[in-house]
Design a protein around this ligand. Structure first.
Ligand code: NAD
Length: 359
């Protein structure tokens, strides 16, 4: 029998390659905005210039940093106030969307999000702020962008390695949704379709000639589904691990997710057979972990946390920091010993196998 409570977040989604500028213009008109603050990091500036070519902005704001440091949020809020802003338009990756959300959180300003990575923040009501190496997240519908404008053309400049890591971050939203605290048949269906789309789109990005957009378009679609599934299901064990590592040790977000995911799947898969079977079916392989490992090797995915800034001596402390956040819904008991074994394997880049992580 199905017994669940599912919430679908209200959001307008405009999807179309090459249509971002036109779609943004029509959204600004539809919302009746008079003073638009465009938020885009310095490496997203050229994209922002083309996307905003059909609107008039009151302020272009580029002081964006990973994991939304609190002082940057305070400064951006003051700028929004100074320019009497009535609409936030963020154009960029999750860091840029995160800054817009931090402004929306205290000002109530609406956001139109134009994502340029596969991070998925644009489709969630989750905000994050970092202060003194501690990342705090919260859920507030005020920060959910009213509209998301997806345009695969904008992801052309995202380097292939970063596209792969970012796409695996999206895939992690899907996999973790299968056992997250509010998992249900609706968000699981979105997650499964997200896995299918990402596992089709990402290899095409790795192998395609630079002019081919189909893989990027499919990955963007998968990234949106992954974020909707994640917003609905909540954060599972995988996200709690990555969230703590990112905040405490300033690790790069997408690469951290890309590395940790196979270890969490190896760790939890055998304890969640129904979820494991659905993930495997989405990959089109007999076992979920085989599907993920095959995809990861075809993508030349990041393999070890040691390569992305985690020092080995921080592992014991990281285990201590992560343990209190492990959700009760996790389908297997998590102890300091088995979590430490998982983190040590992910740190070293040991082959992710179920056998190695079942003791
Ligand atoms: P990012 O936004 O930091 O982007 C990585 C780098 O790529 C940046 O230098 C950026 O300027 C550049 N970039 C982005 N798009 C580009 C493009 N098209 N071409 C060239 N360069 C481009 O990284 P991210 O992985 O997108 O986002 C990570 C952040 O998002 C983290 O802080 C994470 O916590 C947050 N996040 C939040 C949620 C949520 O629901 N709140 C969900 C996912 C991620």
């Amino acid at each position: 029998m199905n017994t669940f409570e599912h919430v679908t977040l209200p959001q307008r989604v405009l999807f179309g390659a090459g249509r971002a500028a036109e779609n943004l213009h029509s959204e600004v008109e539809r919302l009746g905005a008079c003073a638009v603050m465009v938020i885009a990091g310095s490496s997203e500036e050229a994209i922002a210039a083309s996307v905003t070519s059909q609107i008039t902005a009151a302020l272009y704001y580029d002081d964006v940093a990973p994991h939304v440091p609190i002082d940057k949020a305070v400064k951006a809020r003051a700028a929004a106030h100074e320019y009497a802003i009535d609409l936030l338009v963020c154009i960029g990756g999750g860091s840029t969307t995160g800054l817009a959300k931090a402004v929306a959180l205290t000002t109530g300003l609406p956001i139109v999000a134009v994502p340029t990575t596969y991070a998925g923040s644009e489709a969630t009501n989750v905000w994050g702020l970092t202060e003194h190496s501690h990342k705090t997240t919260g859920v507030d519908d005020t920060v959910l962008p009213v509209t998301v404008i997806y345009d695969a053309e904008l992801t052309r400049t995202l380097p292939v390695d970063l596209s792969v890591a970012s796409g695996l971050n999206a895939l992690a939203h899907c996999v973790d949704s299968m056992w997250a605290p509010r998992t249900d048949p609706i968000n699981q269906s979105l997650a499964v379709e997200g896995i299918r789309a990402l596992s089709t789109g990402l290899p095409a990005i790795r192998t395609a000639d630079p002019d081919t957009l189909a893989g990027r378009d499919e990955a963007l679609y998968g990234a949106y589904l992954s974020a909707v599934a994640f917003a609905s299901a909540g954060s599972g064990m995988h996200h709690k691990i990555c969230h703590v590592l990112g905040g405490a040790y300033n690790l790069p977000h997408a690469q951290t997710h890309a590395v940790v995911l196979p270890y969490v799947l190896a760790f939890l898969g055998p304890s969640a057979p129904a979820a494991e079977a659905r993930i495997a079916a989405a990959f089109g392989t007999p076992r979920a972990l085989d599907g993920l490992n095959t995809l990861r090797s075809s993508l030349d995915a990041p393999t070890a946390l040691a390569d992305h800034g985690l020092a080995e001596e921080n592992i014991t402390k990281a285990v201590e920091l992560i343990l209190p956040y492990i959700p009760a819904s996790t389908p297997r008991p998590v102890t300091s010993d088995n979590l430490e074994a998982l983190l040590r394997a992910a740190w070293a880049g040991d082959p992710p196998t179920t056998e190695a992580l079942q003791s």
